[in-house]
Write a protein that binds this ligand. Structure first.
Ligand SMILES: [Zn+2]
Length: 371
């Protein structure tokens, strides 16, 4: 089928480019009047094939739009998931992306959702709303941050509806504050053109000079103490530096610019709190700081910044460690570039709490069910 082949091609095109997609983020879809093919949850866009997509009935998905799921977020999201599962045509063993209903809502054949560094430098900045308006006018829809899942879906449904009433069409570009962008079109060439246009308009008048970010390992007494602490607990850790990292670890004031997550995805991989260690912190101080952190947040820090030293990341496996590193470097890039648009704008404590809580709650119920 031509539509699906084009979808695979364009999914790989963006999936292979870390400027658009990192750590399995982003999702893509193709639809006709009856069916929608969407990336399965847990599959990454890079190198995706036909078996990475789930086909669903659009009619059954539309039932989700009209149902009332109640207030409890975990119960609500589970019920939505069940209804989504009922809409699957094939294959039954893959889970469709949690953003499937959003894709179904956007009335274009192809919808390509990504979290590009450049776009998030704008969307995670203080002046995001103004800057989008100034650069895109009515050609894009800008949506303030909303808790992900069904609430976001309902909010978008309303906003797309009012955009359509005002402009006689569904928006082709939808910017979600502190999240990413949805681009929709009936041809993949048009999608590429729109993404190029987005890049041009964001770059206009902006200083796009990023210090080199490629990390190299470094040693220090503090980093050594941290690494020993983690390895005694069977955790992997790595201490790295680069010009970009140096920029943020020079002082606590600089660290503050990377001290909270910008997007829900960052929380998923790096959690929402990061530890800052003063220059010259010895083994004893390191032990105390880690203990205090764990008491406060219930887990070890995945991200530590050593003042005038570098970045230390910790995780359970080498692969997961690499992901934390990539995601946190991305956070640094976003923060650095957001200076063009008024400086970094993190998720608020309430927004962070919702994601943290949802994850913990979700995990608890999963364990309780013995899954
Ligand atoms: Zn997303």
């Amino acid at each position: 089928m031509d539509g699906l082949h084009s979808l695979i091609e364009i999914s790989r095109f963006y999936g292979d480019n870390p400027a658009f997609v990192i750590a399995g983020g982003g999702n893509t879809s193709y639809k006709d009047s009856e069916k929608i093919w969407i990336k399965a949850s847990g599959i990454s866009l890079a190198g995706i094939g036909e078996d990475g997509f789930v086909c669903l009935s659009r009619k059954k998905l539309q039932l989700i739009e009209t149902r009332d799921y109640g207030e409890d977020p975990v119960q609500r999201e589970n019920e939505v998931k069940e209804d989504m599962h009922k809409a699957i045509i094939s294959p039954a063993n893959l889970r469709p992306s949690v953003e499937t209903s959003l894709h179904n809502l956007i009335g274009y054949a192809y919808v390509i959702h990504t979290h590009p560094t450049l776009v998030n430098a704008l969307l995670c900045a203080r002046d995001a709303g103004h800057e989008v308006e100034a650069r895109f006018g009515t050609e894009a829809l800008y949506v303030d941050y909303t808790d992900p899942g069904f609430i976001l879906f309902k909010d978008l449904q309303e906003q797309i509806g009012s955009y359509r009433r005002d402009h006689g069409k569904v928006p082709r570009i939808i910017f979600l504050q502190n999240h990413g962008v949805f681009v929709g079109a009936d041809h993949v060439d048009e999608i590429k053109r729109l993404y190029e246009e987005i890049e041009l308009r964001i770059k206009a008048g902006m200083r796009f000079h990023l210090p080199p970010s490629g990390p190299v390992d470094y040693r220090s007494d503090t980093a050594g103490a941290v690494n020993r602490h983690f390895s005694s607990r069977n955790l992997k850790s790595r201490s790295v530096r680069s010009a970009l990292i140096d920029h943020f670890c020079g002082s606590h004031t600089q660290f503050e610019k990377i001290s909270r997550p910008f997007t829900p995805d960052i929380i998923v991989y790096c959690k929402s709190n990061y530890l800052f260690l003063r220059k010259g912190t010895g083994a004893e101080g390191v032990g105390q700081a880690l203990e205090t952190f764990e008491k406060a947040f219930g887990h070890y820090p995945k991200v530590i910044v050593e003042e005038a030293g570098g970045l230390i990341v910790a995780e359970e496996s080498d692969r997961a460690l690499q992901t934390v590193l990539e995601v946190f470097l991305e956070l640094m890039k976003i923060s650095f570039l957001s200076d063009n648009f008024g400086g970094p704008h993190f998720m608020t404590p309430e927004q962070i709490h919702y994601i943290d809580n949802w994850e913990v709650e979700h995990y608890r119920r999963k364990v309780a069910k013995g899954l």
